[in-house]
Design a protein around this ligand. Structure first.
Ligand code: PCA
Length: 300
C-alpha cells in the first residue's frame, strides 16, 4: 500500500526546534544521532570556518573563501535555484595529499572536471585529510551548494580499477596519522550511529557506465578504515540526520601515472581516464535512482 504524505504542517522535532521554521522542508530521521559538532547552523559554520589560507600553487581558486567575519548566512540554495528554474548541482570532492605524497589524484580529477555533467552544475571541494575536519568541510559545502548528488573521491594506491564504494562502516582504524597528527584506532565515527551506511547512489549502474566508456571499474565492498571511509560515513550520516534529499557515494581512484613514476610497484591509471570515468559515473547516478542488477560481487 502506498503511504500518503501527511498534508499540512507537522510538529517540529527536537532537532528542528529552536532553529526556526525556515527549514521545515527537512525531514530528519529520528534514529540518526548526529554528534552536535556536525549539526550545522549558520553560527556553527561561521565558528568552524578557518581563516582563508594562502592558495597553494597547484590549487586554482575555484571556491573563493569569504573574508573571515563576512560570511553570508547560509541560504537554502537548492530551493532558490529551483524557483529560478536553475540547474541542480553535483558536488564532487577530492582530498589533499597525505602520507608523504605531494599530490592526490582525487583532487587532480576534480580540477579537470567540466563545469557541467549531464545537465548538472559541477561544484568541487578540496578536503583536508583529517578525521572530523573532512566531514565538517564537506558538510559546509553541502549547506552552501545544496547539491542533488554528492560524489566524494579519494586515492586508494595499489588498486587497479576505479572503485565505487558500496558501504561505509562506523569505525576509524588509522594505520598512519592523518595530516593533523590524529590516529584514532578502533573508535566509532559516530557513537550511537548505525554500524554502516550503504551508498545512496546506484553503484552497479555507475560501474557499468564507466566500463561502457572503456574505464576499468569495479564495485568495492570496503572503503577501508581511514579518512575516506570516515568521510563517506560522515556525509551519509549528516544527510540522513539533516533530512536533506541529496544522494551520496564515494569512488576510490588508483594512483595516477605521475605518481607511479617513482613507485615502481604501484598500478596506475591516467588522470584523463579517471576524469572520463567520474563523468560517466555521475551521469549514470543522475539518471538512475534504482540500481541495476549486475552479478559482480566479490568471492573473497
Ligand atoms: N585516500 C585516503 C584518505 C585520503 C585519500 O585520498 C583513504 O583511502 O582513506
Amino acid at each position: 500500500m502506498l503511504r500518503r504524505r501527511r498534508k499540512g504542517p507537522r510538529p517540529l522535532s527536537p532537532h528542528e526546534a529552536g532553529r526556526g521554521t525556515s527549514r521545515s522542508h527537512r525531514r530528519p530521521r529520528a534514529d540518526a544521532e548526529v554528534p552536535p559538532e556536525l549539526v550545522l547552523t549558520p553560527e556553527s559554520v561561521a565558528r568552524t570556518r578557518k581563516p582563508a589560507r594562502e592558495p597553494q600553487p597547484q590549487e586554482p581558486p575555484r571556491e573563493k573563501a569569504p573574508a573571515p567575519g563576512r560570511e553570508k548566512p547560509q541560504a537554502p540554495a537548492r530551493e532558490k535555484r529551483a524557483a529560478r528554474g536553475a540547474q541542480d548541482v553535483v558536488l564532487v570532492t577530492g582530498f589533499e595529499p597525505f602520507g608523504g605524497d605531494d599530490r592526490n589524484p582525487s583532487w587532480e580529477v576534480c580540477e579537470r572536471l567540466p563545469g557541467e555533467i549531464a545537465g548538472l552544475r559541477v561544484e568541487v571541494c578540496r578536503v583536508p585529510c583529517e578525521f572530523r575536519r573532512a566531514i565538517e568541510v564537506v558538510a559546509e559545502a553541502i549547506e552552501r551548494h545544496r547539491p542533488a548528488l554528492v560524489v566524494c573521491l579519494g586515492l586508494a594506491a595499489g588498486r587497479t580499477h576505479m572503485g565505487v564504494e558500496r558501504v561505509a562502516i562506523n569505525a576509524d582504524d588509522a594505520r598512519i596519522p592523518d595530516n593533523a597528527g590524529m590516529q584514532p584506532v578502533d573508535e566509532p565515527i559516530a557513537a550511537g550511529g548505525p554500524p554502516a551506511y550503504f551508498a545512496t547512489l546506484p553503484v552497479k549502474a555507475m560501474v557499468a557506465a564507466m566500463r561502457a566508456e572503456g574505464v576499468p571499474a569495479e564495485v568495492s565492498n570496503s572503503a577501508g578504515t581511514y579518512v575516506c571511509n570516515h568521510l563517506m560515513y560522515g556525509v551519509l550520516h549528516y544527510l540522513a540526520a539533516s533530512g536533506l534529499r541529496a544522494r551520496a557515494g564515494f569512488i576510490h581512484v588508483p594512483s595516477s601515472e605521475e605518481m607511479a613514476l617513482d613507485k615502481r610497484e604501484a598500478p596506475s591509471m591516467a588522470l584523463a581516464t579517471m576524469v572520463r570515468g567520474v563523468q560517466a559515473a555521475i551521469a549514470a547516478a543522475h539518471g538512475k535512482v534504482r540500481d541495476v542488477k549486475l552479478a559482480d560481487g566479490a568471492l573473497d
